[in-house]
Design a protein around this ligand. Structure first.
Ligand SMILES: [Zn+2]
Length: 358
């Protein structure tokens, strides 16, 4: 018995010693790309960090590190790695595209334009670059003509003096939403949030949203304002809805299922959710919750209204059963790069599979 135990001990020691074997930077980098392909971004980030200890000037390694950081929602780190990548290899269009997107999302439209203009020098025929560049140029030109109103937490852009009163109304509504929704979700976004008030036509051109959309959030809150002064209740609802998206993004920049994001926005927009819950219960056929993890923007109006109703019903159930702190916990874990099912189970003590059945 003693001998066997001793052998086991030696075996365990030997197994434990294997990871100490050093991987080369190239092997770390390969592991990083494999982890990216498999969607394991935390593991990828760690692998690329290891690789970069051995090779600092390798664009495929800095690119991998940039992509992993981006997928984890670490925009500043991603930006740094992508700038390194383009310094080492200016022709890597994939790095330019991602860097431009990150700058645009952060509200740095000038930086985004510059990045894409430089990329076009190396890839003049790239259609994706050209299309985005044209859209951003017209957006920048439009916003240049807009007026601005600043409050503690918001920058509101609006077309002209005629909209001044409306812009002031938007500021008041948004500040109220900031404190109300912030208190409910224990979260007060620090970075100022940009809000743009458009005509219906400008809104459609800039966001390419479906006709049924009353507002959009893509790093900026964008709202069409025709008739807003006549229907202030609707204006308040849309602003509170889009602000909730901004708040969710401040906790979890990525990886939030659409049903959770939209359900929270609808719950906190301040309208009567009991109608939505009834609509969700009566709807046939229902969407499986797993099908509501991606964007609803491709749906027609009817399918979308069922999707939204089911989302708010699911969020209401989650608030009743697990409470707001658990939901904030799920979002924080997503922000740290945990997969949704794991974050869900850790914070709610329910399995995501079980919850979907209900
Ligand atoms: Zn929404």
């Amino acid at each position: 018995m003693y001998q066997l135990a001793a052998l086991t001990f030696i075996f365990v020691m030997a197994t434990a010693a294997i990871p100490v074997q050093r991987l080369t930077p190239a092997q770390h980098a390969r592991a990083g790309w494999e982890a990216i392909d498999a969607g394991r971004f935390r593991e990828a980030a760690e692998a690329f960090t290891e690789a970069l200890k051995g090779v600092t000037q390798e664009p495929t390694v800095t690119l991998g590190a940039g992509i992993a950081a981006h997928r984890l929602g670490h925009a500043d780190t991603a930006r740094r790695y992508l700038l390194d990548t383009l310094r080492l290899e200016p022709t890597l269009t994939v790095a330019s595209i991602l860097l431009g997107d990150i700058l645009y999302q952060a509200g740095d439209i000038r930086g985004a334009l510059q990045t894409y203009e430089q990329a076009l020098v190396h890839a003049p025929k790239d259609e994706a670059l050209t299309t985005r560049l044209n859209a951003w140029r017209s957006e920048a030109a439009l916003h240049d003509k807009f007026g601005q109103k600043l409050s503690d937490h918001f920058t509101v852009l609006f077309e002209g003096p005629a909209e001044d009163a409306l812009a002031q109304k938007a500021v008041d509504v948004l500040e109220a939403a900031y404190w109300r929704v912030g208190a409910a979700l224990y979260t007060y976004p620090i970075e100022p949030i940009t809000v743009v008030l458009y005509t219906r036509e400008q809104f459609r051109d800039v966001t390419q949203s479906p006709d049924w959309a009353g507002g959009a959030y893509d790093g900026k809150i964008r709202v069409p304002v025709q008739g807003a002064m006549k229907n202030t209740r609707e204006f308040e609802r849309v602003l509170a809805h889009e602000f909730t998206h901004a708040l969710v993004k401040s906790i979890a920049p990525r990886g939030v299922p659409q049903w959770l994001n939209e359900g929270l926005a609808m719950y906190f927009e301040g309208s009567d959710t009991s109608k939505q819950v009834a609509l969700a219960a009566a709807a046939e056929p229902k969407h499986p919750l797993a099908k509501l993890e991606g964007p609803f923007s491709g749906m027609d109006k009817d399918a979308a209204s069922v999707a939204y109703a089911q989302s708010v019903a699911a969020v209401k159930l989650l608030l009743d059963e697990a409470g707001a702190p658990a939901i904030v916990g799920v979002l924080s874990d997503l922000g740290r790069g945990l997969p949704f099912a794991e974050a869900f189970e850790r914070n709610t003590n329910m399995s995501y599979v079980e919850f979907q059945k209900r």
